[in-house]
Write a protein that binds this ligand. Structure first.
Ligand code: 1HN
Length: 345
């Protein structure tokens, strides 16, 4: 294996010009950029988005831009490694904070990327997916999978804010991103599937053979159940990290094809040193205060804050008080592509 590879500058000028004219370029000067040794060299940097800092900007967006002029009133969380205006937080994950004011609606559309919401603030917001009305309560995970019609509404009296996570960057890169629009959907007159078919973990409706199961049978994961499950695991789980993956209740698979969602509980005073993993992560704080050291950078976080870590980052979480985080990652994608990896520290 060569220690150093030839550079572009070593090549005669006339040769370089002839290559450019022929529409070709030498691989060797670029080889280490596209194929570094031993581990990826992420462009992505750890990010931190304080809710206290972003919230007033969102409220101002509500005053400056009517929802009709925005379609979706969102401030995008840009990866610091790519700079202001970057439409992604990690290579495969787009994150935004969306504001909906009382009485407002966001029109129905469907698109190739999948989205999920984590509710940050406010009561009375809802999303309708394929005619199913999904209430949005703080901490809930609400899915709007690719190809499914979705619109948002707000029946409450205070602003509603939620965090959007989409696998958009990949679709943009693949030139596969587009949307279709439609009027607001008629809503089925019944609660969402989490309150009817999937009220209890381990129970699914009995069906005749050949009956159709929806591809995304449950699209709302209520926070009250997530927190209760984590607390019970913490009580009985000894020293193990308290984490739960969100899964499709019919198949046990990840809830979406590309993005994965993991709920975490940190006990008061607990320090977590997870293994290095090949997927980047975005963390959203549902409750509690703590600090995380990410590649040597210390982030102090509190409720409703969001932060991110690149692939293979060295991460230490410390909770000064009991805390609950939601982690968004792309392990489902990396497993499908068969390169997901964990390395012990
Ligand atoms: C989208 O459809 C929503 O439906 C939010 O609320 C953010 C960002 C990019 C592309 C589509 C939504 C989005 C989005």
């Amino acid at each position: 294996m060569a220690e150093t590879l030839g550079t572009l500058e070593e090549l005669p000028l006339d040769y370089r010009e002839a290559m450019t004219a022929a529409g070709v370029a030498p691989l060797w000067p670029m080889m280490r950029n596209v194929l570094p040794h031993g581990a990826p060299k992420p462009v992505t940097k750890p990010g931190f988005w304080s809710y206290e800092a972003v919230r007033p900007l969102l409220v101002r967006a509500g005053e400056l831009t009517p929802v009709e002029k925005a379609e979706r009133r969102v401030l995008v969380l840009s990866d610091p490694g790519r700079g202001a205006g970057a439409m992604l937080a990690t290579p495969s994950i787009y994150i935004g904070l969306q504001l909906l004011l009382p009485g407002e609606t966001a029109p129905a559309h469907r698109h190739t990327p999948s989205a999920a919401r984590i509710i940050v603030e406010g009561k009375g917001g809802f999303t309708v997916v394929d005619g199913e009305k999904l209430p949005m309560e703080v901490g809930d995970l609400v899915l709007t999978p690719g190809g499914e019609w979705h619109d948002h509404g707000h029946e409450g009296t205070e602003p509603v804010v939620w965090l959007d996570a989409l696998d958009l960057p990949l679709f943009v890169y693949l030139e596969g991103s587009y949307a279709e629009e439609a009027p607001l959907q008629a809503q089925r007159n019944r609660p969402d599937a989490s309150q009817v078919e999937y009220l209890a973990s381990g129970l699914a409706p009995a069906r005749g053979r050949g009956a159709q199961v929806r591809r995304y049978p449950m699209m709302r994961y209520p926070w009250v159940r997530t927190e209760a499950a984590l607390r019970e695991m913490a009580k009985w789980g000894g020293e193990d990290p308290v984490e739960a993956d969100f899964v499709n209740p019919e198949t046990g698979e990840d809830v979406l094809p590309i993005m994965g969602f993991t709920a975490m509980m940190l006990r008061e005073g607990e320090t977590l040193r997870p293994p290095l993993v090949s997927s980047a992560s975005v963390f959203h704080v549902v409750k509690g205060h703590g600090t995380s050291r990410i590649n040597g950078e210390t982030i102090a976080w509190g409720p409703k804050d969001t932060f991110s870590a690149p692939c293979f980052a060295e991460i230490d979480h410390h909770a000064g008080e009991e805390a609950f985080l939601m982690r968004v990652h792309d392990r489902p994608l990396q497993e499908k592509l068969r390169f997901y990896e964990e390395r012990a520290r």
